[in-house]
Design a binder for this molecule. Structure first.
Ligand code: ZN
Length: 268
């Protein structure tokens, strides 16, 4: 059994100055690929599914599959519910055996965010699971045209917000906003490493970056140096898989293969 919680792996990463990769799966083969890659590199990994991906594998299927993968993996695996906006779903995942959840009440006011997150922390801790919380909204770069990242600066998490959020919820890991955005970057993000550093000294829990895919190696290293212990990575991985599939499907060779396969199926 190699199912672990964020508490089993992130504090060590924070102390030793590295970060854990947290990868989303929107289909079962991707989940398998993530665990295979973690085993090949002998790394602990956070295998996570987000509420927005439930139209593909629903929680009951995607969750059970991930828990089974974790059980048989040769490396420690956290099975984590990412960005869930419904307390009931968080509780369902925890009852199912998820070792970690993230309640995302960041769109609500900080008081509601604290009350909801605290409730989940109490429930999760009773079951021995961990909780990630988010303070301040992480923007999504999914619209048309170039976003103006300088507009985001006013929404970066402040030290006092982070401290208040930690003190009043008892969360195990905190996602903060310091300039990253979800989705594909269409411009260079403006990362505030000073703010990140100040927050990492003000709260004892490991910090999480969302919108981690698309940053440069230097930005990853600086993020880790200034307090990031978990890197959420999805969009670029997902786009690259789609691009690769398109390329293969466009190749004549593969079309012939599929044609043969399909006609054989029909004839069988
Ligand atoms: Zn996220």
């Amino acid at each position: 059994m190699t199912l672990v919680t964020l508490n089993d792996i992130l504090p060590k990463a924070k102390k030793e100055g590295y970060a854990l990769g947290a990868f989303n799966y929107a289909d079962l083969n991707t989940a398998r690929g993530i665990v295979n890659a973690a085993e090949e590199t002998n790394s602990s990994v956070v295998l996570q599914i987000a509420e927005s991906h439930f139209p593909y594998p629903p929680l009951r299927i995607g969750g059970k599959f991930a828990l089974d993968l974790a059980k048989h993996a040769s490396v420690p695996v956290v099975v984590h519910l990412d960005h869930d906006t419904d307390i009931k779903t968080c509780i369902e995942a925890l009852k199912m055996g998820f070792s970690s959840v993230m309640l995302d009440f960041s769109l609500k006011n900080i008081h509601e965010n604290i009350v909801g997150t605290k409730k989940i922390v109490e429930f999760a801790h009773d079951l021995g699971a961990s909780v990630e919380g988010e303070v301040e909204v992480m923007t999504h770069d999914g619209g048309d045209g170039k976003p103006d990242y300088s507009n985001l600066i006013d929404n970066y998490t402040t030290v006092s917000e982070a401290k208040k959020f930690y003190d009043q919820t008892g969360i195990d890991a905190m996602a903060i906003s310091y300039g990253t955005v979800h989705g594909i970057y269409r411009d260079k993000p403006i990362l505030n490493f000073n703010r990140l550093n100040e927050i990492s000294h003000a709260v004892p829990v490991p910090l999480v970056v969302h919108g981690g895919s698309g940053l440069s190696d230097k930005e990853y290293r600086n993020s880790i140096k200034n307090g990031i212990s978990k890197i959420n990575y999805y969009s670029v991985m997902s786009f690259n898989v789609t691009k690769g599939l398109r390329k293969h499907l466009d190749s004549k060779k593969l079309n012939r293969y599929f044609y043969t396969m399909l006609t054989q199926r029909l004839l069988d």
